[in-house]
Design a protein around this ligand. Structure first.
Ligand SMILES: Nc1ncnc2c1ncn2[C@@H]1O[C@H](COP(=O)(O)OP(=O)(O)O)[C@@H](O)[C@H]1O
Ligand SMILES: [Mg+2]
Length: 578
């Protein structure tokens, strides 16, 4: 974690330096005050008469010193902020970069809510830790050490008071830390849970409304929220007990000090002003200790957060780069070589079994099968969203695991089933894979995807803003923008995962026609629910419970594959009924 501090050590050192200056000034004041009282007012060196000149000159010294102290305080604060903010900024940036490189499986394991908490709240805790370390910690330490030395230099007999008060204070702080320490990791976990509920519900607000589940979900949030405030309350209750106890110790110490001081004044060993200074010092010393307790608390909370952030920073991406940048065969060739696959979630259920399939360059292959039979899982293996459990996937003659990830994914244009759009303009959504692509190519892609018609009808055409998640558009419109994006990428492979399901048959036909005319030569893999869509492909692979049971043209399959016949029959019937 310290390596993210690297550039900011000078700020930290300057913050600490100015802090030392500021505290030194604070600690000079009681001494000057004592002079004003003893020499100025009581006139102990002036024959018992007040010395107004001395009051003036020491008073002016006090004011100048206070001003200098204030300046040091400001500089120390500024440096500490520069240091902690820059450090936090670095950590946040690095965490985000790491999160972007995690595999799907790893992101799922962290949960979105927790990742958001970590990159926001946990980084804030860490930032406070840095602040407190470079400022508060030094302040307390100086108050305690220098204060004790100065106090003893006034009169060594004050040692008794310190010797009595210290153990009590330590006991008090120790107890609080012992009680609160285990609560901090728990606190961050509760924030995770609350964020997960918030995130799920805000994302799924349409579903929640459609199923009239607002009250139930509000209740669910209420539980997470209550859990959080319960834990927070436990911390605060323990803390709230600390301050009064410290105050009692402080006041007892003060009374003892005045009592001892008074005896020494009567005996002539101390001046009244010096006793006054001693009172200030003892409250600075014990106040410093009290602050130290708070700092330890920030420290332990910050450490808990640092551990959580380290989990992100130390996670090695499960899917990592290989050395290869280019393929060995004609571009556009895929082979699944006896591939088995199960999701790495520990469930061990085989999603794909012994897949053996070769797709030739320029070929269009359709994959059909019931929902949940593994179609999406199969195509996810091509750009390595997941790795196979057994066997090999070859792209252009090279095992996908041997590719540099960026080089492999450069080859693939993937339209996912969910058609994720971002809250920016339609143009930016289309040019996602090729920012700054020439206008005519953007329009060519949109035209082929049958999207230009409705895009031009939008208030600002291509520059119309899309609402978050694409909610300002219909399902079919979202699909067509997602397809435009994939076409603009002009990659070797085009994978459409159920991407034209929301289009009417005529629009869909026009789209495939345009693909043939404008983007010929691409190898296409089309996952389709409708036989009408699948029929356009050169070959159709029928997937059933994770295995390919048949592969061939529509006519061949109709003649030989009962599962395919069933799918056709059911669609004919529902088509007929419509
Ligand atoms: N991220 C995942 N983690 C664990 N299991 C999954 C995941 N995604 C899908 N599955 C499971 O894998 C099987 C195949 O899913 P999928 O490939 O999405 O099917 P299809 O696309 O054919 O509808 C299903 O049983 C599903 O429950
Ligand atoms: Mg699917």
């Amino acid at each position: 974690m310290l390596k993210y501090m690297r550039k900011y050590w000078p700020f930290a050192l300057l913050a600490a330096f100015f802090m030392v200056c500021e505290v030194s000034v604070d600690m000079l004041q009681p001494r000057l005050m004592a002079r004003i009282v003893d020499e100025g007012i009581l006139g102990l060196n002036h024959g018992g008469l007040p010395d107004l000149d001395l009051i003036w000159s020491v008073g002016i010294q006090m004011i100048l010193i206070v001003l200098a102290g204030g300046l040091c305080g400001m500089l120390s604060g500024t440096m500490a902020n520069l240091c902690s903010q820059n450090f936090a900024n670095q950590v946040r940036k690095e965490c985000f970069r790491r999160i972007m490189h995690l595999s799907f499986q790893q992101t799922d394991a962290f949960t979105t809510g927790s990742l958001i908490t970590r990159i926001t709240n946990d980084v804030t805790q860490l930032e406070r830790l840095v602040q407190q370390s470079v400022r508060g910690f030094i302040r307390c330490l100086m108050f305690m050490v220098v204060g004790t030395i100065t106090l003893l230099s006034l009169d060594q007999r004050f040692l008794v008071i310190i010797a009595c008060a210290f153990p009590l204070v330590l006991l008090n702080i120790g107890f609080v830390l012992w009680k609160t320490n285990p609560l901090f990791p728990l606190l961050q976990k509760k924030i995770d849970s609350m964020n997960t509920v918030i995130q799920e519900n805000i994302n799924g607000t349409r579903v929640v409304k459609a199923f009239i589940q607002e009250d139930r979900e509000t209740e669910r949030f209420g539980r997470a929220n209550e859990d959080l405030s319960d834990t927070q309350l436990r911390v605060l209750l323990i803390m709230s007990y600390m301050r009064p106890v410290m105050n009692i110790i402080l006041n007892l110490a003060t009374v003892a000090l005045i009592w001892i001081g008074a005896i020494h004044v009567r005996q002539g060993g101390l001046a009244p002003g010096e006793v006054m200074a001693a009172v200030t010092y003892i409250s600075q010393i014990l106040g410093g200790m009290m602050m130290l307790a708070m700092i330890f608390q920030t420290l332990s909370r910050g450490m808990a957060s640092a551990a959580r952030l380290k989990k992100i920073l130390n996670t090695v991406p499960a899917i990592d780069d290989g050395p290869v940048r280019t393929g060995k065969t004609v571009p556009g060739w895929i082979r699944f070589d006896h591939v088995d696959f199960s999701y790495p979630d520990g469930s061990q259920t085989e999603v794909l079994r012994d897949i053996d399939l070769t797709i030739e360059p320029g070929e269009t292959i359709a994959i059909v099968g019931a929902t949940g039979c593994g179609k999406t899982s199969l195509v996810n293996l091509i750009p390595r969203f997941y790795d196979v459990t057994k066997g090999t996937v070859y792209v252009d003659g090279v095992d996908v695991r041997r590719y540099e990830l960026a080089a492999l994914r450069e080859k693939v244009a993937f339209v996912t089933q969910k058609n994720e759009l971002f809250s920016t303009t339609i143009r930016d959504n289309i040019t996602l894979g090729r920012p700054g692509a020439p206008e005519e190519e953007v329009r060519r892609a949109a035209k082929a995807a049958q999207a230009e018609g409705f895009i031009l009808e939008q208030p600002d055409g291509y520059d119309t803003a899309v609402a978050e998640g694409g909610m300002s558009l219909s399902g079919g419109q979202r699909q067509r923008i997602a397809i435009s994006r994939a076409l603009l990428k002009n990659a070797t492979f085009l994978i459409l995962d159920d991407s034209t399901s929301a289009l009417d048959l005529r629009t869909e036909a026009a789209l495939y026609q345009a693909l043939e005319e404008n983007y010929s030569g691409q190898t296409r893999i089309i996952i389709a629910q409708r036989i009408a869509t699948a029929r356009r492909a050169d070959r159709i692979a029928v997937l059933d419970e994770g295995t390919i049971i048949a592969c061939g043209t529509h006519e061949e399959l109709l003649a030989t594959c009962p599962v395919y016949q069933d799918i056709c029959d059911s669609q004919m019937k529902s088509g007929g009924a419509a």
